[in-house]
Design a protein around this ligand. Structure first.
Ligand SMILES: Nc1nc2c(ncn2[C@@H]2O[C@H](COP(=O)(O)OP(=O)(O)O)[C@@H](O)[C@H]2O)c(=O)[nH]1
Ligand SMILES: [Mg+2]
Length: 215
Protein backbone atom coordinates (compact mmCIF):
# COMPACT_ATOMS: atom_id res chain seq x y z
CA UNK A 1 0.00 0.00 0.00
CA UNK A 2 2.68 2.42 1.09
CA UNK A 3 4.83 1.62 -1.93
CA UNK A 4 1.93 2.15 -4.32
CA UNK A 5 1.16 5.58 -2.83
CA UNK A 6 4.81 6.55 -3.11
CA UNK A 7 4.99 5.52 -6.78
CA UNK A 8 1.84 7.40 -7.74
CA UNK A 9 3.23 10.44 -5.88
CA UNK A 10 6.41 10.26 -7.93
CA UNK A 11 4.47 9.90 -11.16
CA UNK A 12 2.18 12.86 -10.28
CA UNK A 13 5.20 15.06 -9.61
CA UNK A 14 6.81 13.83 -12.82
CA UNK A 15 3.65 14.68 -14.79
CA UNK A 16 3.61 18.18 -13.33
CA UNK A 17 7.18 18.87 -14.48
CA UNK A 18 6.52 17.14 -17.83
CA UNK A 19 3.62 19.55 -18.41
CA UNK A 20 5.94 22.44 -17.60
CA UNK A 21 8.58 21.11 -20.07
CA UNK A 22 5.90 20.67 -22.72
CA UNK A 23 4.73 24.28 -22.30
CA UNK A 24 8.33 25.56 -22.46
CA UNK A 25 9.08 23.56 -25.61
CA UNK A 26 5.78 24.44 -27.32
CA UNK A 27 6.18 28.14 -26.62
CA UNK A 28 9.56 28.05 -28.38
CA UNK A 29 8.16 26.03 -31.29
CA UNK A 30 10.35 22.99 -30.57
CA UNK A 31 9.09 19.52 -31.56
CA UNK A 32 10.51 16.97 -29.13
CA UNK A 33 10.92 13.27 -29.85
CA UNK A 34 11.51 10.87 -26.97
CA UNK A 35 13.54 8.02 -28.51
CA UNK A 36 13.29 4.80 -26.53
CA UNK A 37 14.32 1.17 -26.87
CA UNK A 38 16.63 -1.54 -25.55
CA UNK A 39 20.37 -1.06 -25.24
CA UNK A 40 21.84 -1.72 -28.69
CA UNK A 41 18.54 -1.36 -30.57
CA UNK A 42 20.10 1.23 -32.87
CA UNK A 43 18.90 4.55 -31.39
CA UNK A 44 22.17 6.44 -31.73
CA UNK A 45 22.76 4.96 -35.18
CA UNK A 46 19.33 6.24 -36.23
CA UNK A 47 20.32 9.71 -34.99
CA UNK A 48 23.64 9.49 -36.84
CA UNK A 49 21.79 8.64 -40.05
CA UNK A 50 19.30 11.44 -39.33
CA UNK A 51 22.21 13.90 -39.05
CA UNK A 52 23.52 12.86 -42.44
CA UNK A 53 20.11 12.88 -44.16
CA UNK A 54 18.86 16.16 -42.66
CA UNK A 55 22.14 17.94 -43.32
CA UNK A 56 21.64 21.58 -42.45
CA UNK A 57 17.96 21.64 -43.44
CA UNK A 58 16.61 21.42 -39.87
CA UNK A 59 18.07 23.05 -36.73
CA UNK A 60 18.12 20.37 -34.08
CA UNK A 61 19.80 19.15 -30.92
CA UNK A 62 19.93 16.03 -28.78
CA UNK A 63 19.68 15.30 -25.08
CA UNK A 64 21.52 12.05 -24.42
CA UNK A 65 20.45 9.96 -21.45
CA UNK A 66 22.91 7.38 -20.15
CA UNK A 67 23.55 5.76 -16.81
CA UNK A 68 27.14 6.93 -17.17
CA UNK A 69 29.62 8.17 -19.73
CA UNK A 70 29.15 10.16 -22.91
CA UNK A 71 30.05 7.76 -25.72
CA UNK A 72 26.86 8.39 -27.76
CA UNK A 73 27.07 12.15 -27.24
CA UNK A 74 30.57 12.12 -28.71
CA UNK A 75 29.37 10.14 -31.74
CA UNK A 76 26.77 12.82 -32.45
CA UNK A 77 29.06 15.76 -31.71
CA UNK A 78 31.45 14.41 -34.32
CA UNK A 79 28.63 14.98 -36.84
CA UNK A 80 28.12 18.56 -35.68
CA UNK A 81 24.95 17.95 -33.64
CA UNK A 82 24.66 20.01 -30.43
CA UNK A 83 24.32 17.54 -27.52
CA UNK A 84 23.60 17.80 -23.82
CA UNK A 85 24.57 14.71 -21.80
CA UNK A 86 22.55 13.63 -18.80
CA UNK A 87 24.00 10.89 -16.61
CA UNK A 88 21.36 9.28 -14.43
CA UNK A 89 23.83 7.68 -11.99
CA UNK A 90 22.01 4.36 -12.01
CA UNK A 91 18.43 5.33 -12.87
CA UNK A 92 17.10 3.25 -15.75
CA UNK A 93 15.15 6.07 -17.46
CA UNK A 94 15.08 9.83 -17.86
CA UNK A 95 12.40 11.66 -15.92
CA UNK A 96 10.89 15.09 -16.51
CA UNK A 97 13.06 16.73 -13.85
CA UNK A 98 16.29 15.54 -15.50
CA UNK A 99 15.05 16.72 -18.90
CA UNK A 100 14.15 20.13 -17.41
CA UNK A 101 17.79 20.46 -16.32
CA UNK A 102 18.88 19.47 -19.84
CA UNK A 103 16.61 22.08 -21.42
CA UNK A 104 18.31 24.79 -19.33
CA UNK A 105 21.58 23.97 -21.13
CA UNK A 106 20.11 24.43 -24.62
CA UNK A 107 19.33 27.54 -26.64
CA UNK A 108 15.74 26.57 -27.44
CA UNK A 109 15.25 29.59 -29.70
CA UNK A 110 17.92 28.26 -32.05
CA UNK A 111 16.35 24.83 -32.65
CA UNK A 112 13.11 23.47 -34.08
CA UNK A 113 13.62 19.77 -33.31
CA UNK A 114 14.91 18.08 -30.15
CA UNK A 115 15.63 14.39 -29.76
CA UNK A 116 15.90 12.87 -26.32
CA UNK A 117 17.71 9.54 -26.54
CA UNK A 118 16.42 7.82 -23.43
CA UNK A 119 18.37 5.31 -21.35
CA UNK A 120 18.45 1.92 -23.11
CA UNK A 121 15.58 -0.02 -21.52
CA UNK A 122 12.33 -1.45 -22.85
CA UNK A 123 10.43 -0.91 -19.58
CA UNK A 124 10.85 2.21 -17.41
CA UNK A 125 11.21 4.97 -20.04
CA UNK A 126 7.65 4.20 -21.16
CA UNK A 127 6.33 5.07 -17.70
CA UNK A 128 7.76 8.59 -17.43
CA UNK A 129 6.53 11.48 -19.59
CA UNK A 130 9.22 14.07 -20.16
CA UNK A 131 7.21 16.74 -22.00
CA UNK A 132 7.75 15.24 -25.44
CA UNK A 133 5.61 15.84 -28.54
CA UNK A 134 6.12 12.30 -29.83
CA UNK A 135 7.32 8.98 -28.48
CA UNK A 136 9.28 6.80 -30.88
CA UNK A 137 10.47 3.33 -29.97
CA UNK A 138 13.25 1.51 -31.75
CA UNK A 139 12.99 -2.28 -31.82
CA UNK A 140 15.67 -4.12 -33.75
CA UNK A 141 15.15 -7.18 -35.92
CA UNK A 142 17.43 -9.15 -33.59
CA UNK A 143 15.25 -8.74 -30.49
CA UNK A 144 12.63 -11.37 -31.29
CA UNK A 145 8.93 -11.42 -32.11
CA UNK A 146 7.85 -11.94 -28.49
CA UNK A 147 8.83 -8.47 -27.25
CA UNK A 148 5.46 -6.70 -27.81
CA UNK A 149 3.72 -9.29 -25.65
CA UNK A 150 6.41 -9.19 -22.95
CA UNK A 151 6.81 -5.40 -22.78
CA UNK A 152 3.44 -4.06 -23.99
CA UNK A 153 3.52 -0.64 -22.31
CA UNK A 154 6.20 0.84 -24.53
CA UNK A 155 4.38 -0.40 -27.64
CA UNK A 156 1.13 1.15 -26.36
CA UNK A 157 2.72 4.46 -25.41
CA UNK A 158 4.66 5.00 -28.65
CA UNK A 159 3.45 6.98 -31.68
CA UNK A 160 5.83 5.16 -34.00
CA UNK A 161 7.89 1.99 -33.92
CA UNK A 162 11.07 1.96 -35.96
CA UNK A 163 11.97 -1.63 -36.77
CA UNK A 164 15.71 -1.13 -37.02
CA UNK A 165 18.49 -3.19 -38.61
CA UNK A 166 16.20 -4.10 -41.51
CA UNK A 167 19.32 -5.01 -43.51
CA UNK A 168 19.73 -8.07 -41.27
CA UNK A 169 16.29 -9.53 -42.05
CA UNK A 170 17.52 -11.93 -44.77
CA UNK A 171 20.04 -13.39 -42.31
CA UNK A 172 17.71 -13.90 -39.35
CA UNK A 173 14.98 -16.40 -38.53
CA UNK A 174 12.73 -13.61 -37.24
CA UNK A 175 9.09 -14.28 -38.15
CA UNK A 176 8.24 -10.77 -39.34
CA UNK A 177 4.51 -11.50 -39.72
CA UNK A 178 4.38 -12.86 -36.16
CA UNK A 179 6.16 -9.75 -34.88
CA UNK A 180 3.79 -7.40 -36.71
CA UNK A 181 0.75 -9.38 -35.46
CA UNK A 182 2.05 -9.15 -31.90
CA UNK A 183 2.55 -5.39 -32.32
CA UNK A 184 -1.03 -4.91 -33.56
CA UNK A 185 -2.38 -7.20 -30.82
CA UNK A 186 -0.96 -4.98 -28.06
CA UNK A 187 -1.10 -1.63 -29.86
CA UNK A 188 -3.48 -1.69 -32.85
CA UNK A 189 -2.80 1.91 -33.99
CA UNK A 190 0.99 1.85 -33.76
CA UNK A 191 2.68 2.71 -37.07
CA UNK A 192 5.71 0.58 -37.93
CA UNK A 193 8.55 1.62 -40.20
CA UNK A 194 11.38 -0.67 -41.32
CA UNK A 195 14.67 1.19 -41.31
CA UNK A 196 18.33 0.33 -41.70
CA UNK A 197 20.88 2.87 -40.56
CA UNK A 198 23.47 0.69 -42.30
CA UNK A 199 21.97 0.48 -45.80
CA UNK A 200 19.74 3.57 -45.66
CA UNK A 201 16.58 1.51 -46.29
CA UNK A 202 13.53 3.38 -44.98
CA UNK A 203 15.51 6.59 -44.44
CA UNK A 204 13.23 8.59 -46.74
CA UNK A 205 10.14 7.44 -44.86
CA UNK A 206 11.74 8.28 -41.50
CA UNK A 207 12.83 11.76 -42.60
CA UNK A 208 9.36 12.28 -44.14
CA UNK A 209 7.74 11.38 -40.81
CA UNK A 210 9.98 13.86 -38.99
CA UNK A 211 9.20 16.62 -41.49
CA UNK A 212 5.49 15.96 -41.02
CA UNK A 213 5.93 16.36 -37.25
CA UNK A 214 7.67 19.67 -37.87
CA UNK A 215 4.61 20.74 -39.88
N1 LIG B 1 23.45 -4.26 -39.29
C1 LIG B 1 23.05 -3.15 -38.64
N2 LIG B 1 23.61 -2.85 -37.46
C2 LIG B 1 23.18 -1.72 -36.83
C3 LIG B 1 22.17 -0.88 -37.37
N3 LIG B 1 21.95 0.12 -36.51
C4 LIG B 1 22.80 -0.06 -35.48
N4 LIG B 1 23.55 -1.17 -35.67
C5 LIG B 1 24.59 -1.69 -34.76
O1 LIG B 1 23.99 -2.02 -33.52
C6 LIG B 1 24.86 -1.70 -32.44
C7 LIG B 1 24.17 -0.77 -31.45
O2 LIG B 1 23.84 0.45 -32.12
P1 LIG B 1 23.56 1.80 -31.34
O3 LIG B 1 23.11 2.78 -32.35
O4 LIG B 1 24.75 2.17 -30.50
O5 LIG B 1 22.36 1.36 -30.40
P2 LIG B 1 21.69 2.10 -29.13
O6 LIG B 1 22.29 1.48 -27.91
O7 LIG B 1 20.22 1.80 -29.24
O8 LIG B 1 21.98 3.56 -29.26
C8 LIG B 1 26.11 -1.07 -33.07
O9 LIG B 1 27.09 -2.07 -33.19
C9 LIG B 1 25.61 -0.62 -34.44
O10 LIG B 1 26.62 -0.59 -35.41
C10 LIG B 1 21.61 -1.25 -38.64
O11 LIG B 1 20.71 -0.59 -39.19
N5 LIG B 1 22.08 -2.39 -39.21
MG1 LIG C 1 22.74 4.92 -27.88
Amino acid sequence: MKTIRLESGILDENDRIADENERTLRSRGVVTVNLMGSPGAGKTSLLEMTAVKLGGSVRWAVIEGDIEGSLDARRLERLGVPVVQINTSGACHLDAHMVREGLRCLDLDSIELLFVENVGNLVCPAEFRIGESRKVMVLSTTEGEDKPRKYPLMFRESDLMVLSKADLLPHLDLDLDALLSAVSAVSPDLSVMQVSSRSGEGAGQWIGWLRECLG
